[in-house]
Ligand binder design. Structure first.
Ligand SMILES: N[C@@H](CCC(=O)N[C@@H](CS)C(=O)NCC(=O)O)C(=O)O
Length: 218
């Protein structure tokens, strides 16, 4: 069977691309990647060729196309049920899916006020009321996950899983915009940033030549 292909956008900016990428890297699921530079003159044609929604990420496995981040994660779980995409415990898994889906459908204030930009440090930027409300909710959620389910490791449910992958771009944003965090959340941010896969993503983002001006607050 051919190696799955994950199609992603720019590592500096594409928060949705980071999510399945870091999940597959940390869990050791083999894949190849293809990066389509976002919003340059070739974007419209290139993305239309591979993505039904004209968005990244897209996973192509054995000729089949899976799009939408949560669908990709559930596909990986179906294909590799013992890989740890979700926690093994049924109730922990339900909470992990709740957290991941809350991230997928929510936190619009945070996402629009603090675009992911791995290259930058912009202390104090992006703090509007909706964003601060979202950051408070993120911290409360992370504290609950860590205290109720995090005993087996450094991540939300102990071992790194899809819920952590969903929040990896939030970790990045909190660092970029130098948001002050409570100690539990700061420790969690440090754990995510220490992952070799996260470091690799950052190093690749640093070397990219492209600028997406609407994601640049300065
Ligand atoms: N709901 C989608 C969101 C994907 C998404 O918005 N990706 C952005 C890049 S981070 C994109 O492809 N944007 C292109 C566009 O909106 O034209 C998912 O879960 O995968």
């Amino acid at each position: 069977m051919p190696t799955p292909l994950l199609i992603i956008g720019n590592k500096n900016y594409s928060s949705w691309s980071l999510r399945p990428w870091i999940l597959m890297k940390v869990l050791g699921l083999a894949f190849e990647e293809k990066l389509i530079p976002m919003f340059d003159e070739n974007w419209d044609a290139a993305i239309a060729e591979v993505s039904p929604s004209k968005k990244v990420p897209v996973l192509i496995d054995d000729g089949h196309t899976v799009w939408e981040t949560m669908a990709i994660m559930e596909y990986l779980h179906d294909k590799h049920p013992d890989a740890g995409v979700w926690p093994a415990d049924r109730l922990a898994r339900a909470v992990a899916r709740s957290a991941a889906n809350e991230m997928h459908g929510g936190f619009g204030g945070l996402r629009s006020a603090m675009p992911m930009n791995t290259r930058k440090v912009l202390p104090g930027r992006g703090r509007d009321e909706a964003c601060l409300k979202d950051i408070a909710r993120v911290q409360s959620l992370w504290n609950t996950c860590r205290s109720d389910h995090g005993q087996g490791g450094d991540f939300l449910f102990g071992a790194f899983c899809a819920a952590d992958a969903m929040f990896a771009p939030v970790v990045s944003r909190l660092l970029t915009y130098a948001v002050e965090l409570d100690p539990v959340c700061q420790t969690y941010v440090d754990a995510v940033m220490t992952l070799p896969a996260m470091q690799d993503w950052y190093a690749a983002g640093r070397d990219e030549p492209w600028i997406v001006s609407h994601d640049e607050l300065d």
